[in-house]
Ligand binder design. Structure first.
Ligand SMILES: Cc1cc2nc3c(=O)[nH]c(=O)nc-3n(C[C@H](O)[C@H](O)[C@H](O)COP(=O)(O)OP(=O)(O)OC[C@H]3O[C@@H](n4cnc5c(N)ncnc54)[C@H](O)[C@@H]3O)c2cc1C
Length: 417
């Protein structure tokens, strides 16, 4: 078994595969190690099994959609960005298509297309693949890395790239080992927390499962601080579940819920079902649309999904009334529910069941241009192991592929230094 390489990459997710590809493209003899039998196990799950591989928005927008330290990525994206990802796959005969909000998927609608394309490239570049191989520790002296220890023996290289991902969905192999490796080389790891996570609510409407399974389109969900001021808000789709909220709007709000929960035991969320309209406009619209003779529960067809309309009308006590029986005050309370409904969160799902890990390897200790460790020569980082987290929508895979590209290239340069 070959044991000496120029670059060793730990972790065969998107960051690791791209690191290995680009290290090899730059002439290095590369080993890629993953504990699973197959590469890209988590990548296969993304985008509902279709792999939301990147996002077609301008770089500034990408950075805005990476609320966890997106600005660290300016240098990375100046070297390899979303357009470069699209070109990478196009030039390998993998066509991508754009869906809503700039999200890009393979035209096959199968994650396997992306994983196979990356693996094919690894094989073409003669990267040595160590599958079903777990790295147990980093080998290093006081100044530089020397290689890695696996259950089946030691491997040596002048450069080692850690791309072990975060700590979510641990069954995919991402169990946080890279944080331990980083710490063993003197790095700090900032506290880990769940992001892109479904939100648990305490409201009776959830406990009673009144709205379970209801999906709302393009509604605005806001996270409020103790003073009632919005700390973030997102206009996207939302799903009511048996525990609370899921869907893109909830996922995006989740890390802010967790931030607020550090200071308070319950966090208020505000749901606006008509973000395009003011309360005055909505009141006028209701007045115009209402079918006067019917009970209100039947008098506003297609105004809101039926279950939600019924819940709001019942909460105000006007479901059985006809329009002439409704007071101005009741109407305003109803409009307030439509535009300004408050729900209450006590937690989000834990790390294991969240999509993305917040926190990670301290960025001050990593050179943003090369992704090299400032603590140990020859050590590099890429992907979710870093203290970077994006929204769902392709931003995390973009981060993984782009940082992987930069780390792999610089790991090769270092090996030949
Ligand atoms: C269900 C789900 C849906 C998602 N949807 C989206 C989405 O729509 N858009 C988006 O942008 N992001 C999404 N994400 C997030 C995205 O998948 C991750 O951010 C991305 O995969 C991170 O890439 P990575 O290469 O850094 O790490 P990972 O993909 O986690 O890969 C790390 C690899 O390292 C290996 N490894 C770990 N420790 C060791 C060790 N000691 N020895 C050997 N190998 C090791 C693991 O086996 C694993 O294969 C989703 C995540 C989940 C769980």
């Amino acid at each position: 078994m070959q044991t000496k390489f120029e670059v060793i990459v730990i972790g065969g997710g998107p960051a690791g595969m791209m690191s290995a590809i680009n290290a090899a493209t730059n002439g290095a003899r590369v080993a890629l190690i993953d504990k699973n039998r197959k590469l890209g196990k988590k990548l296969l799950l993304t985008g509902g099994g279709r792999c939301n591989v990147t996002n077609n928005r301008p770089v500034e927008d990408l950075i805005r959609h990476i609320p966890g330290n997106g600005r660290f990525l300016y240098s990375t994206f100046s070297q390899f960005d979303n357009q470069a990802i699209i070109e990478f796959f196009n030039s390998r005969n993998i066509s991508l298509k754009e869906e809503d909000h700039g999200r890009m998927f393979p035209v096959t609608d199968r994650s396997k297309t992306i994983v196979d394309a990356l693996e094919k490239e690894l094989v073409a570049l003669n990267v040595t693949l160590f599958k079903k191989t777990t790295v147990e520790k980093l080998l290093a002296d006081t100044t530089k890395v020397l290689g890695v220890r696996t259950a089946t023996g030691d491997l040596f290289a002048k450069s080692v790239v850690i791309t072990t991902g975060g700590k979510t969905y641990p069954a995919t192999g991402s169990t946080g080992d890279g944080f331990t490796f980083a710490k063993s080389c003197g790095h700090h790891v900032t506290p880990l927390y769940p992001t892109e996570s479904p939100i648990n609510l305490t409201d009776d409407v959830i406990k009673q499962k009144t709205l379970q399974g209801l999906a709302l389109q393009d509604v605005t969900l806001s996270v409020l601080n103790e003073k009632g001021k919005a700390v973030t808000e997102h206009t996207l789709d939302l799903l009511f579940t048996h525990f609370g909220l899921s869907g893109p709007a909830a996922l995006r709000c989740s890390s802010f819920v967790n931030q607020q929960l550090k200071q308070q035991t319950s966090v208020s969320l505000r749901l606006d079902c008509f973000p395009e309209k003011t309360k005055t406009e909505l009141t006028a619209e209701i007045t115009e649309r209402v079918q006067q003779k019917k009970q209100l529960k039947n008098a506003l067809p297609n105004f809101l999904p039926e279950r939600l309309l019924h819940y709001f009308l019942t909460s105000v006590g006007i479901a059985e009334k006809t329009w002439p029986q409704v007071s101005q005050k009741e109407l305003q309370t109803f409009v307030a529910l439509c535009k300004d409904w408050h729900l209450h969160a006590k937690s989000t799902f834990g790390l294991e069941k969240s999509f993305v890990t917040g926190g990670g390897v301290e960025l001050k200790e990593v050179d943003p241009k090369t992704l090299a460790s400032k603590k140990k020569q020859g050590l590099f980082f890429a992907g979710e192991v870093l203290n970077i987290n994006g929204y769902t929508g392709g931003y995390n895979i973009t981060t993984a592929l782009c940082t992987g590209y930069v780390a792999g290239m610089n790991a090769a340069y270092h090996a030949f230094d």
